[in-house]
Design a protein around this ligand. Structure first.
Ligand SMILES: O=c1ccn([C@H]2C[C@H](O)[C@@H](COP(=O)(O)O)O2)c(=O)[nH]1
Ligand code: ZN
Length: 163
């Protein structure tokens, strides 16, 4: 008898990989963030990445991090989590989990909480020392929204377009 494959992706690996793959769509030269929302039946209900709003050309708005506020990306870019929630097939995301490449900022955290998402699984917490992420954690703790860092059991996942 032929046994089943044993190196198949766990649900956490699968959804985090979808989040990272979505992040590869981002044009941000510094930080590419992807997000994937999965429901309690392990179905993907929304994905997103950081990018400019509809109709706002990637070639006309700045990707700078520094300079006058209006000459930076910050006032314009839609965050990955916001896009994943807005792109979702369901209005009600109660009991869903969101997989994100980067710990959500305070604005995304508000969206996540208000959408009813119950758990955040993140990869990087590189902005842990900012007030934005501190505020996120305060709100998450108060609202009983759980969060945990994804600890991968494998270094990478390879995809080949040629079989
Ligand atoms: O919760 C978040 C926080 C940030 N982002 C996006 C917004 C920007 O495009 C980058 C951050 O750029 P830096 O150059 O690292 O400041 O990440 C997001 O999608 N979600
Ligand atoms: Zn954000």
């Amino acid at each position: 008898m032929v046994g089943k494959r044993t190196d198949y992706l766990s649900w956490d690996e699968y959804f985090m990989a979808v989040a990272l793959l979505s992040g590869l769509r981002s044009k941000d030269p510094n930080t590419q963030v992807g997000a994937c929302v999965a429901n309690s039946q392990n179905k993907i209900v929304g994905v997103g990445y950081n990018g400019f709003p509809w109709g706002c050309s990637d070639d006309e708005l700045p990707w700078s991090r520094e300079g006058n506020y209006l000459d930076t990306k910050y006032p314009y870019v839609c965050h990955a989590e916001l896009n994943a929630v807005l792109n979702s097939i369901s209005y009600d995301l109660r009991d869903c989990r969101i997989y994100v490449a980067l710990f959500p900022c305070n604005e995304c955290t508000k969206v996540i909480i208000q959408a009813g998402i119950r758990e955040i699984i993140y990869l990087s917490d590189k902005y842990a020392d900012t007030d934005s992420v501190r505020a996120s954690k305060i709100m998450l703790d108060k609202s009983n929204t759980s969060y945990r860092q994804f600890t991968p059991d494998r270094e990478s996942i390879l995809l080949h377009f040629s079989q």
